[in-house]
Design a protein around this ligand. Structure first.
Ligand code: NAD
Ligand code: GLY
Length: 367
């Protein structure tokens, strides 16, 4: 077991810890027990993760004296739906869940978001534990308590803030992650650096493509989690500074919504969205062109897309994408809110961008 880092998410009576590092699951055994007074752990996962990791995770839980009741759903965004939510809540109720017991989300962001929302609404709220198995879920979605599902109107349009009781980000679980998923998760680390940690971005740049497999990844994961924990503690409900975590996401969610389901990865959409946020900041005169060029170069160095044409699905329409951005949850008073940048590590919120100018910019980007 390597050194386990403990990152606190300081939220008063809803505070919790994120255990980060290789062997975090073994290190967490003792403190897991308190969450399962009936000696059993209802655990939601997807079929892919179940085949790869359910036995190992069950063995860790058994060593802590816990019996696992698995609830297995299909992988992919299809499960993050009203039907998927119904299936998971029904499974909890069929297992006669009590409000005193927590459930476990073992998987990527889809499983974390779905299980967290199911936990939030089952019997008016049961606790949940996140055991994230993708890089994206370890550095971003497992921390902060945003849970939810997609609706036909858009990504994450139904959900709740429901904080987990513990997050166990064990690097060993990432060993089976395909390269595309690894790169997708890495986009959220880059995002964190670009929002407010310029030295981290310099480290990532210096490591180049090696960062995805080398030892530098552990430090980058820890830095991104700590960064997110600070922002969530300062603004749990996204009244202000937490909106910065959406750098690249307003563009990104529009691409995801306009692509066939599961055609592009969330992190790929965020990577292109982040590149566009910097390019648009340059276009408006907010940011220097060489900062945007560094962002785009780094994304490409690690194999991430940095323009709409580099996404697997490339049949985009500027007006449709801007219409999607108009529906974004951050928007107020009918204006599109965007997270833009003054420089690397210095993001800011523009609560009312000029929509006609944004449309012209998007048309240029797609031409
Ligand atoms: P995902 O959960 O769909 O996982 C990606 C794929 O990897 C799936 O097919 C899964 O079966 C597989 N997988 C998971 N772990 C694996 C492992 N260890 N080895 C091999 N395969 C594995 O996708 P994701 O990228 O983790 O999460 C994306 C979702 O997270 C989106 O729905 C997005 O909206 C959401 N999200 C939520 C937040 C939040 O704050 N709640 C933040 C960012 C993203
Ligand atoms: N991923 C954005 C947030 O957690 O606020």
């Amino acid at each position: 077991m390597s050194e386990i880092l403990r990152v606190a998410v300081g939220l008063g009576d809803r505070a919790y810890d994120v255990l980060v590092g290789r062997g975090a699951l073994a290190a967490a055994r003792a403190e897991l027990v308190a969450h399962f007074p009936r000696g059993r752990a209802i655990l939601v996962t997807d079929r892919t993760v179940a085949a790869l990791h359910l036995d190992t995770v069950s063995a860790h839980l058994a060593a802590a004296g816990l019996r696992v009741e698995p609830v297995i759903v299909e992988p992919g965004e299809t499960s993050k739906s009203w039907a998927g939510l119904e299936a998971v809540v029904d499974a909890f109720l069929d297992l006669n869940i009590e409000r005193s017991e927590a459930v476990i989300a073992l998987g990527g962001g889809v499983i974390g978001d779905l299980t967290g929302f199911a936990a939030a609404v089952t019997k008016r709220g049961v606790n949940f534990i996140q055991i994230p198995t993708t890089l994206l879920s370890q550095v971003d979605s497992s921390v902060g308590g945003k849970t939810g599902i997609n609706t036909r109107q858009g990504k994450n349009f139904a959900g709740s803030f429901h904080q987990p009781g513990l997050v166990i980000a064990d690097r060993d679980l990432l060993a089976t992650l395909p390269g595309r998923e690894r790169r997708s998760g890495y986009a959220e680390i880059v995002k964190a650096a670009l929002i407010g940690d310029a030295p981290l971005f310099q480290q990532l740049e210096a490591a180049g493509a090696d960062v995805l497999d080398g030892t530098g990844l552990d430090a980058a994961v820890a830095a991104a989690i700590a960064f997110k924990a600070r922002i969530v503690a300062a603004d749990e409900r996204e009244a202000g500074v937490r909106a910065l975590l959406n750098l690249g996401h307003t563009f990104g969610h529009a691409f995801e919504a306009d692509a066939p389901r599961d055609a592009i990865r969330h992190g790929e959409a965020v990577a292109v969205g982040t590149a566009l946020a910097f390019a648009y900041s340059v276009h408006r005169g907010d940011c220097r062109a060489d900062d945007a060029a560094r962002v785009i170069a780094h994304l490409r160095t690690v194999g991430l897309p940095a323009s709409p044409g580099e996404l697997a699905h490339a049949d985009w329409d500027a007006a449709s994408l801007v219409a999607r951005m108009r529906d974004d949850k951050k928007n107020r008073d009918g204006h599109i809110t965007l997270i833009l940048a003054r420089a690397i590590g210095d993001a800011f919120i523009d609560p009312a961008v000029d929509e006609a100018d944004l449309l012209t910019f998007m048309e240029t980007q797609l031409s």
